[in-house]
Design a protein around this ligand. Structure first.
Ligand code: SF4
Length: 688
């Protein structure tokens, strides 16, 4: 081979853009990405990818990448050597811990980083600093789904794999923009519709792409899903269509639950949701007629004051109809970021160690203390939401945040940003100088996925390995190495030389992943948790029993929480979510020319009805104002939205950033922000 050919190599990686977890080979010549080549053997996607996975990688060579640590000086930042930056962090952390105690510090891990990095972040917080103040950004999206599943079936994960969704006779998608947020998964559904006549029902405020192809599309009023889900469940029971054998053998608390359904009549549900009785009956009948039903849901359900309860209602419906414990059936909360599942799986939570073991459990804590040689606090720490409050109250003074643009993606960002201003010391670790970095005292340059080894867990609980494609750019480093250096300066004495060693340690302490190892994840090999010590994994999460008392699931009564109410002047409801081309606040995709060439900015979707009433056209600039702030955006008129519904993609950090409008209101059980409960008034700035 010539020199030129030798420099060309291919490396397997896992996409960082969503929870589907597509894997593929990346062909590179030095730092140049030649092509993305999906492989038949890729477990989640085979030969498919979407536009982000296929083209969205040139950000790794962006001139805007952080390549050296930055230290604040007044209103400016100056470049610094690692030694100086790390010394400063050590000095500040030690001082505060000594003077104010370990709980004056807090740590936030990232659902974009690897499992090994989330594991180390919580080990740093708990085992080295001595605080359980550790969380990750799944608090912003999926914690309510996890809560709903813990309550009812015991494990917070998808019931089966993407293949199960494809083989279901009926798929119901609720509050999920599946085709844009989880494109390859949606492709599997579309193929199943064609190949075996899979029936699809979509419930959403917006006629998203999947809704356009659905057998039935319904538009329940904002935040009312719990009501129609419960009414459908009650109707099924009233018809005698509940799966009595399944309930007898596998479910507890049935009578108490049945009694709680009394008020969810078709009349009541129709009043609250605006759906017709015929629609409710059609959904119930479809579930009754299908041998297998899978329900997919996402942020349209979870990001509400009653997000955990609505998620619970979904699981209740599946239990009543016996749609667990068989291929093609079950609960599928669709995880957003590539490693939302893994960040929580690996213990970046204030109350749980890796594998969802409670920090309050003395035996569990003793096992970690012995292995780590550390004393771990006995009480749960603060979650993200509580951290912001604690900063405002003066009880939290230092924050170490990695891989998250919290100052843009948290709700009510004017409030969050003013909290950052109060911090005594703020360390932000990222690949770009995000909005949040503007508030930092030290900014540390990290490496994106292509520059490191590790593992992710996708939405179907599947562990997959990513291999290092290229060296870190400039002086940037993989997050796990940075965390290790900080820990060692705080006296830890860690000596991990490869993420595989971190995984070995985590697996040895966590029954849920006991048999996970890098050897078993070579190349395209993968494992779905729970993984037994001998390496047997669990494609179908529940086969014989549920991980709850007596091996039985639990029906869990829930009450509807009304969405936040706004004064009359805020007469338009703003729904928000993703668009296909961009990833989250856009820190990566807006640095990709391949992507911005197609979609340079986001637009506010307005309905034809509203356009006629307010004289809006494509391109009209408007200001939206909520009680919490305002944004300026350009309109696009589309019948995807209806009446007084607006849709503002969340994919911008600019003056259209949705979280200028959202409140601090949150799910009452998990503190997940109620991003979907926001109303605004509109002012037309300039017609085109
Ligand atoms: Fe990446 Fe998700 Fe697209 Fe797959 S579907 S290529 S994981 S963004």
């Amino acid at each position: 081979a010539t020199m030129r050919e030798e420099r060309i190599k291919k490396t397997k990686t896992v996409c960082t853009y969503c929870g589907v977890g597509c894997s593929f080979d990346v062909w590179t010549k030095d730092r140049e990405i030649l092509k993305i080549e999906p492989q038949e053997e890729a477990p989640a996607n085979g030969i498919s990818t979407c536009v982000k996975g296929k083209f969205g990688w040139d950000f790794v060579n962006s001139e805007e990448r952080l390549t050296k640590p930055l230290i604040r000086e007044g209103d400016e930042f100056r470049e610094a050597e690692w030694e100086e930056a790390l010394y400063l962090i050590e000095k500040k952390f030690k001082e505060n811990r000594r003077e104010k105690g370990p709980d004056s510090l807090a740590f936030i891990s990232s659902s974009k980083c690897t499992n090994e990095e989330s594991y180390l972040m919580q080990k740093l917080a708990r085992g080295v600093i001595g605080t359980n103040n550790i969380d990750n950004c799944s608090r912003y999206c999926q914690s309510p789904a996890t809560m709903g599943l813990w309550r009812t079936v015991g494990y917070g994960g998808d019931s089966g794999g993407i293949g199960d969704i494809a083989q279901a006779e009926l798929v119901i998608s609720v509050g999920s923009n599946t085709a844009e947020s989880h494109p390859v998964l949606a492709t599997r559904v579309k193929r199943a519709q064609k190949l075996h006549g899979q029936k699809v029902i979509v419930a959403d405020l917006r006629e998203n792409e999947l809704a356009g192809r659905a057998d039935l599309f319904v538009r329940p009023a904002p935040g009312s899903d719990l009501v129609w889900l419960s009414a459908v469940t009650k109707y099924i029971i009233d018809q005698g269509w509940d799966d009595k054998a399944f309930l007898r053998d596998h479910v507890n608390d049935v009578d108490e639950y049945m009694a709680s359904l009394d008020k969810y009549t078709l009349e009541y549900a129709s009043d609250v949701t605006g759906m017709t009785k015929e629609e409710l009956i059609e959904i119930a009948t479809s579930i009754h007629e299908a041998k297998t039903t899978s329900i997919l849901w996402a942020m349209g359900i979870t990001q509400h004051g009653g997000g955990s309860d609505a998620s619970t209602a979904i699981s209740n419906l599946l239990l009543v109809t016996g749609n667990y414990m068989k291929p093609g059936a079950g609960a599928y909360p669709l995880r957003g970021h590539n490693n939302v599942q893994g960040a929580s799986d690996f213990g970046s939570m204030p109350d749980r160690f890796p594998g969802y073991q409670f920090v309050t459990d003395d035996d569990v804590r003793a096992r970690f203390e012995e292995n780590w040689g550390a004393e771990i606090p006995t009480e749960p720490g603060l979650n993200n939401h509580e951290m912001v409050e604690a900063i405002h109250e003066g009880n939290l003074e230092m924050l170490y945040l990695k891989g998250e643009d919290m100052g843009i993606v948290d709700s009510n960002i004017n409030y969050v940003q003013s909290a950052f201003e109060k911090l005594k010391f703020f360390v932000v670790q990222d690949i770009f100088f995000s909005k949040t970095c503007q508030y930092a005292d030290v900014v540390l340059p990290a490496s994106p996925s292509l520059e490191k080894d590790g593992t992710f867990v996708n939405t179907e609980r599947r562990f997959q390995r990513l291999y290092k494609v290229m060296d870190p750019l400039g002086e940037s480093k993989p997050d796990w190495q940075i965390i290790q250096e900080i820990a060692n300066r705080m006296g830890a004495g860690w000596d991990y030389s490869h993420p595989g060693e971190i995984m070995d340690e985590a697996a040895s302490l966590t029954p849920l992943f006991a048999g996970v190892s890098y050897d078993r994840l070579e190349g395209y090999d993968s494992l779905q948790w729970p993984v037994a010590e001998d390496g047997t994994d669990t494609p179908l999460l529940f086969e014989k029993e549920f991980p709850l008392p007596e091996g039985k699931a639990r029906l869990w009564p829930v009450e509807w929480t009304k969405p936040l109410e706004f004064e009359d002047q805020y007469d338009l409801h703003v729904n928000n979510g993703r668009i296909l081309e961009h990833f989250h606040e856009g820190n990566m995709t807006y640095k990709s020319e391949a992507i911005t060439g197609k979609t340079p900015e986001v637009f506010l979707e307005v309905s034809p009805q509203l356009a006629a009433e307010r004289k809006l056209e494509d391109g009209t600039k408007v200001r939206l104002t909520s009680p919490y702030g305002s944004v300026k955006v350009s309109c696009i008129v589309t019948d995807r939205v209806f009446g007084k519904q607006l849709y503002l993609p969340m994919n911008t950090a600019g003056e259209g950033a949705i979280n200028h409008l959202t409140s601090s209101h949150s799910d009452k059980d998990t503190d997940t922000p109620a991003y979907k409960e926001v109303s605004v008034k509109m002012e037309v700035l300039e017609p085109k």
